[in-house]
Every structure is written in C-alpha cells, then in structure tokens.
Ligand binder design. Structure first.
Ligand SMILES: O=C(O)CCC(=O)C(=O)O
Ligand SMILES: [Fe+2]
Length: 368
C-alpha cells in the first residue's frame, strides 16, 4: 500500500464534507495557482494511430491541459456527427413530448441511485446557488448499453448488483428513446475507455493500466435542458445575481464528457476569479477532470469549478457522461503521482463509495 501522510479523515462522509469545504474555498479563491483565459482544443486523431509516439503526443497534450485548466475540448474523437445531433434532438423530445404525469412517474425522488426525471428548481449542487433553473433526466450504466456487453459484474454506487436501476419513459410515449440513448451512450462509453488509455500514458503509467478497472464502469449520464433567459445579458466579470442554470460545482467522478448544443452557457472558473465561457466548438466534446481523478492523482490533475448560465433567448441542451472506473474498485493514489517529497494525501477508497458520499451530501444539505 502507498504511504499515506496525514490522512485527512478515515470517515467517508467527513471526507465528502471536506470536499464541500474545498469547493467553498475554491470559489472564494482569488490568488492564482493557474489562471487561464482559454480552453485547449486537442485533436484525438493521432491517438488512434498504431504509432506509440503519436499516441504519446496526444497524451502529453492531455497532461498539460489537466495540470492547468482541468478542461479541454476533443475533436477527431470518432463519434459521428449524426449520432450527436440525434441524441440532442432526443433530449428536446424528452422534455417537450413526454406528458408531465409520465415525467412524474419516473421522478428521481423514487430512486436511491439518483436516476430519472428531475424537474426545475428541485436540487442545487451547492449551498450558495439560488434555485437552479435546469431540468434533467439521469440514467446510469447497464450492460445492454455497453457494446462490450459488460463482464456481468456490475456493481452500483450503493453496492447493489441486482440489475438496472434506470427509470425509462415508456416506448409507447416516446418511441425510439431507449434505442437513441443506447446508440450515443455506447459510443461515448467506448470513447471514455479510449481516453483511459491516453490518461494512463499521460500519467506515465502502462497504457493498459486502467483496463481491468473499466470492465463494468460507472457512467451516470443526463439530458439537461436550460430554459431561455428572460433577460439575456453577456458574461460580465462580476455577476453575483445570476439566474443560475446549474450552480458552481466540480464533478465527482473520474472525468466528464460533455456534448453541448450550439448555445453557449457553460462557464469555467479560472483561479484568478474570472469566469471563462466554454463556447461550443463545432464537432467538439468538452472533457473535464473530476474530483475522484484529482484525488487519485494526489491533486496533480485539476478538477475545475464550473457552472451554467443560459444568457441566450434560446433553450440550451447538454448531455454529460460522468465516467467512473468500476464502482467496486478500491484505489489508492496512483504510483506515478507520489514521491518522497509528495507523499499520498488520501486514503484508499472504493470509487462508488466516493460518488455516493458526494451525492448523499447533496441530500444532507436538504436540497434534493
Ligand atoms: O450543461 C453543461 O454545460 C454542464 C453540465 C454540468 O456541469 C454537470 O451536469 O455537471
Ligand atoms: Fe459539471
């Protein structure tokens, strides 16, 4: 086991609370560790090459983005444009076509695993945001959505392993919904596995280091709808009283792959206090490091605070996948991220336990 210096807390809930305190501190931070004004764009095309040098080159770009901004766009990722367009259309159909009682029937409050429909103003990712205007539909990994078929050993965040916990709308009411979701999800899952190989190279690990840990990965995804703004205004440097679509937060898992439509809205907090707009990039998918990977890398890779404000008079749709390694995998700090001068800061923890603690904390604050 890796040496653990000053283990913060042995109690997972206390650790989760501490992560919340950490977020509060990040939001207040004014002194820069790394400040930025733009988000790198990384072309993944060479990462599919049989040349190790080509793959390493992309991995090095990922390393630079993750140790500074914590966010980057990927292009040349291989998911066909039609698949992305179709799933965004499906999101629109879900919110517009599914009758309210049918949405209510698959409400997230029925699900200990946070799956299903979440109406506007139902939750808040942090204690500081006023009511969030977003609406969402959440689902998680199931073997039927995985083109590998999975390994039959899927374990959920709460340790359960008795089948899918997803709440799907009925095929009669929303024909083709499950099929369309499955198509996009299978693509984005395989892309995440590909990224895991690049993350491994970027961290000086064997390229297949993560492979045994992603055979039944955690992958909560959501369709999100942000209403048009009633009073559109441009991003200003100081804006305390925003109409918040999604409050300032960092993500919980390993990394997030975000498909956004053509409307801007995502804003990322530079460490000198400026919010930077992650404008949609044609054919691009946004990738960001999340808290579990930050912890796993001993804080080397940055999980950067972000929020969503729809400043346009149009609806905005986005579809994040929060990719985690197998939830039952217990991890300790990555060997390439510790040294005598920089010993491991965190205790080993199961990937799913960490996510559950963070999600439960949202419950504890009474916002769910
Ligand atoms: O909708 C977006 O652009 C970002 C969504 C997000 O940050 C999240 O769901 O965690
Ligand atoms: Fe997020």
């Amino acid at each position: 086991m890796a040496a653990v210096a000053n283990p913060v807390q042995a109690d997972p809930l206390a650790q989760a609370r501490q992560a919340h305190v950490y977020l509060e501190e990040r939001l207040k931070a004014t002194s820069a560790t790394t400040s930025f004004r733009s988000i790198p764009i990384i072309d993944l095309t060479p990462s599919f090459s049989s040349s190790r040098a080509d793959r390493q080159k992309v991995a090095n770009e990922i390393h630079d983005a993750c140790t500074t901004v914590g966010f980057f766009y990927i292009k040349g990722h291989g998911i066909p444009k039609g698949v992305c367009d179709d799933v965004l259309k499906l999101a629109e159909r879900f919110f517009h076509e599914l009758p309210e009682p049918s949405k209510e029937a698959i409400h997230l409050k029925n699900s200990p695993q946070f799956r299903g429909y979440e109406p506007a103003a139902f939750s808040s990712v942090n204690d500081f945001a006023s009511k969030e205007t977003k609406e969402a539909f959440n689902w998680g990994y199931e073997a039927g959505l995985d083109p590998t078929g999975g390994d039959g050993k899927y374990v959920d965040i709460d340790g359960s392993s008795d089948g899918s916990k997803n709440q799907w709308p009925s095929e009669d009411e929303l024909p083709g919904f499950y099929k369309g979701i499955a198509k996009y999800y299978s693509h984005v899952l395989q892309l995440s596995r590909h990224l895991c190989r690049l993350f491994a190279l970027s961290l000086n690990l064997q390229e297949d280091f993560f492979e045994p840990m992603i055979t039944h990965p955690g992958g909560i995804a959501r369709l999100i709808r942000y209403r048009p703004s009633s009073n559109p205004k441009p991003l200003s440097e100081v804006d305390e009283d925003e109409e918040i679509g999604l409050g300032a937060h960092s993500d919980y898992e390993c990394f997030t792959l975000l498909l956004q439509d053509s409307n801007p809205g995502l804003e990322i907090l530079s460490s000198d206090g400026h919010w930077i707009s992650a404008q949609p990039v044609e054919g691009g998918i946004v990738v960001n490091v999340a808290d579990f990977l930050m912890r796993w890398t001993n804080d080397k890779y940055k999980s950067t605070v972000h929020r969503v404000v729809n400043r346009t008079a149009k609806e905005r749709y986005s579809i994040p996948l929060f990719f985690s390694i197998n939830y039952d995998e217990i991890v300790e700090t990555l060997p390439s991220c510790i040294s005598e001068d920089n010993p491991a800061k965190y205790l080993p923890i199961a990937a799913g336990q960490y996510v559950l603690d963070r999600l439960s904390l949202t419950l504890k604050t009474g916002k769910y």
